[in-house]
Design a protein around this ligand. Sequence first.
Ligand SMILES: *[C@@H]1O[C@H](CO)[C@@H](O)[C@H](O)[C@H]1NC(C)=O
Ligand SMILES: *[C@@H]1O[C@H](CO)[C@@H](O)[C@H](O)[C@H]1NC(C)=O
Ligand SMILES: *[C@@H]1O[C@H](CO)[C@@H](O)[C@H](O)[C@H]1NC(C)=O
Ligand SMILES: *[C@@H]1O[C@H](CO)[C@@H](O)[C@H](O)[C@H]1NC(C)=O
Ligand SMILES: *[C@@H]1O[C@H](CO)[C@@H](O)[C@H](O)[C@H]1NC(C)=O
Ligand SMILES: *[C@@H]1O[C@H](CO)[C@@H](O)[C@H](O)[C@H]1NC(C)=O
Ligand SMILES: *[C@@H]1O[C@H](CO)[C@@H](O)[C@H](O)[C@H]1NC(C)=O
Ligand SMILES: *[C@@H]1O[C@H](CO)[C@@H](O)[C@H](O)[C@H]1NC(C)=O
Ligand SMILES: *[C@@H]1O[C@H](CO)[C@@H](O)[C@H](O)[C@H]1NC(C)=O
Ligand SMILES: *[C@@H]1O[C@H](CO)[C@@H](O)[C@H](O)[C@H]1NC(C)=O
Ligand SMILES: *[C@@H]1O[C@H](CO)[C@@H](O)[C@H](O)[C@H]1NC(C)=O
Ligand SMILES: *[C@@H]1O[C@H](CO)[C@@H](O)[C@H](O)[C@H]1NC(C)=O
Length: 692
Amino acid sequence: MGSQHCWVMVVMFGFLFQAQLLNSQNFACNPKDLTALQDFMANLTTQLEDWASPIDCCEWEGITCEPPSSGRVIKLELSQKRLSGKLSDSLAGLDQLKIFNLSHNFLEGSLPKSLFHMPNLELLDLSSNDFFGPFPESISLPSIQILELSSNSLNDSLPSHICVNSTRIRSLNLADNFFSGDILPGLGNCSSLEQLSLGMNDLTGGITKDIFQLQNLTILELQNNDFDGKLNPGIANLSNLVRLDISSNNFSGEIPDVFSQLQKFQYLVAHSNKFVGTIPNSLSNSPTISLLNLRNNSLVGSIVLNCLAMVNLNSLDLGGNRFNGTLPDHLPLCRQLNNVNLGRNNFSGEIPESFKRFHSLSYLFLSNMSLHNLSNAFQVLQQCKNLTTLILTLNFHDETFPDDPNLVFDKLKVLAIPNSRLKGSIPQWLRNMTSLQFLDLSWNHLSGTIPKWFGSYRDLFYLDLSNNSFTGVIPKGLTELPSLIFDNISLDKSSLIVPLFSRWNESERGLQYNRFCSFPPTIDLSHNFLRGPIWSEFGNLGRLHVLYLKFNNFSGPIPGTLTRMISLEKLDLSHNDLSGTIPTSLESLTFLSKFDVSYNQLHGRIPSGGQFQTFPSSSFEGNDLCDDHWISCQEGISITDKGQKESMENSSLKEGFINGVAPGIIFGIVSSTVCINLYFKDFIPKFLSKWQ
Ligand SMILES: *[C@@H]1O[C@H](CO)[C@@H](O)[C@H](O)[C@H]1NC(C)=O
Ligand SMILES: *[C@@H]1O[C@H](CO)[C@@H](O)[C@H](O)[C@H]1NC(C)=O
Ligand SMILES: *[C@@H]1O[C@H](CO)[C@@H](O)[C@H](O)[C@H]1NC(C)=O
Ligand SMILES: *[C@@H]1O[C@H](CO)[C@@H](O)[C@H](O)[C@H]1NC(C)=O
Ligand SMILES: *[C@@H]1O[C@H](CO)[C@@H](O)[C@H](O)[C@H]1NC(C)=O
Ligand SMILES: *[C@@H]1O[C@H](CO)[C@@H](O)[C@H](O)[C@H]1NC(C)=O
Ligand SMILES: *[C@@H]1O[C@H](CO)[C@@H](O)[C@H](O)[C@H]1NC(C)=O
Ligand SMILES: *[C@@H]1O[C@H](CO)[C@@H](O)[C@H](O)[C@H]1NC(C)=O
Ligand SMILES: *[C@@H]1O[C@H](CO)[C@@H](O)[C@H](O)[C@H]1NC(C)=O
Ligand SMILES: *[C@@H]1O[C@H](CO)[C@@H](O)[C@H](O)[C@H]1NC(C)=O
Ligand SMILES: *[C@@H]1O[C@H](CO)[C@@H](O)[C@H](O)[C@H]1NC(C)=O
Ligand SMILES: *[C@@H]1O[C@H](CO)[C@@H](O)[C@H](O)[C@H]1NC(C)=O
């Protein structure tokens, strides 16, 4: 049986085809292409609406035929369509296909072999999917120019032979996969290569010599691998190189002094390696370099840059090395220098007088370097008219916060001087910092009251005054901060050179942010001697994400109005003298993930709805509360006793914290980055580190 049926089928198909051809305004997609697309569709577990209708496939979403009358599919572009399932091998049937872009979907499985034998394919982008397994052995894409497979789970060795049959590749991006082992020779055959991105894999060894033959290479990204040994001076042969990122590897030895041969070289990102020695002359005299990031190595000596030559230097990150001596006072001569991080080196002394003329300076990070004379530092830096961000963590120990009424920093948006044991109170002149968005003075010895005028900061969204000795009540003004009420925060989304940390969760590492704009809107007044009520007006702060008032002497009830803080994620009111009951209305705070009212004078029933189902019993202990999960309200036993021992242990741990283990914000500690920094987006890992 069968042959007759077969005939019938063939005839019917033929008929259908003709009907379709007639139906669709003279042209319809080629039957071969149609089959390939239907197979592709059938292998997906998601459907594309308009692909279901049997009209001309050239009209389908994401499909381009050219010329239209030919019915040949030349583009298949379905990026970010939430597609899942596997890629069908039959796609190879689209033999006229030039552009194939299915990036940012949920496709999985191994890469279809046939996809790597398409004669006309010029662009293949399957980045940000879940493809796994090794790269196909045999690759023959004679027309391919752009090959993007980043952010998948591909593994095994790198396809070094990729260009043997595919000689026209200009851009090869295999970053953020699990490729491992040494790079084998072969990439030297990719003579058209302009961009090679192999970052965030598990590659070992060094850069193979044949890569140095790639005369058109402009971008070489090898960050976050396990490369080691010396950096091969052969990079000098890459005469068109613009950007080199070798950060977060295990390169060691001195940085080879070969950069003067690279006439177009602009960006060197080499942080978090084991480089020793000094900054090579060819870098410190480079007329082309714009960004120099050598943070977190073991470089020594004093910093001497020839600013008269370095006319393009914009960003300098030398933090976390062993540079010593005094701060380089010639830096203001680098006329384009905008971002400077010199923190965590062995400098000492004061901020040089010459910094008064640092008119281009916008971001200055000088954490943890034994600086003294904060008063002078402010006098000098207030002359830097472009300064918006000033980070002075862990310096000026035991000095008094300067009180000079003539200080003006009206452009400053970010000021952080935590962990410096500063004495004194908050001076009046801070009031004139009208652009302030971010203030961190945590872990000092500041005392006095929190001034009323704090409420007049139009743009303030992050305030950390925790771990000081402030007294008095919370100024009502804090409940009127416009940027925490309205959705009008115009945050500076531009540059920043170092990873930033917040320790307020008191976990081992703290949370890492790379831009100030990605810190959650926060008020942290914990660990002070504040008293009085928690204002019901806090309910106004619909944009606040974190409110920490723990370890103070606040009294009175928990206002039910807090339920209007609809963005709230963390609320810690523990270790105060709060009384009354926990308002049941707080059940409606849907984003609340941390809630702690332990060790107060609260009584009554613990709300049980909403997020309250997820909070641990430790959030409530040390009160007179009851709850039908742990302690039945009928039995009338509080959970105070239950938590007693545990809390003793906790409090001795916290003591350790206070005594200096945990800085408020730490700068430049970890090299991997979490969010895309707009300014530096090209030079830092573009994706979440997969092992974080
Ligand atoms: C998936 O594609 C293959 C060709 O690669 C085809 O043989 C198969 O029929 C397709 N699967 C389904 C469920 O259609
Ligand atoms: C693929 O498509 C997305 C979305 O349109 C686009 O952002 C991306 O640049 C494309 N890929 C390439 C390599 O052009
Ligand atoms: C090059 O193409 C030939 C013929 O298609 C194939 O046999 C060979 O495996 C290809 N080489 C590589 C390295 O892909
Ligand atoms: C690659 O991944 C596959 C599946 O994810 C696994 O079975 C295989 O062992 C891995 N190979 C290597 C060399 O890691
Ligand atoms: C190019 O590929 C051929 C064939 O695999 C190989 O013999 C040759 O060494 C390669 N050339 C370079 C520069 O890697
Ligand atoms: C290198 O780039 C130049 C200029 O864009 C181009 O003319 C040349 O063909 C490229 N070389 C290769 C091997 O692609
Ligand atoms: C660099 O180029 C020079 C001359 O152009 C050549 O002699 C040398 O072998 C090359 N070095 C590497 C590592 O490719
Ligand atoms: C880094 O290289 C040093 C030698 O320079 C070696 O001792 C060390 O084990 C390497 N570390 C890692 C993590 O590979
Ligand atoms: C800097 O450190 C070097 C050793 O690395 C030492 O010889 C030199 O005296 C130090 N210079 C200053 C000014 O401390
Ligand atoms: C001040 O900063 C802005 C933006 O960061 C920049 O465009 C401008 O050139 C800077 N001014 C000076 C004098 O460098
Ligand atoms: C600071 O602001 C107050 C009023 O807000 C003003 O009287 C005073 O002159 C300002 N101080 C300076 C130094 O500009
Ligand atoms: C510094 O670099 C090393 C690798 O040399 C890395 O393991 C470490 O996490 C980095 N530390 C910081 C503070 O960035």
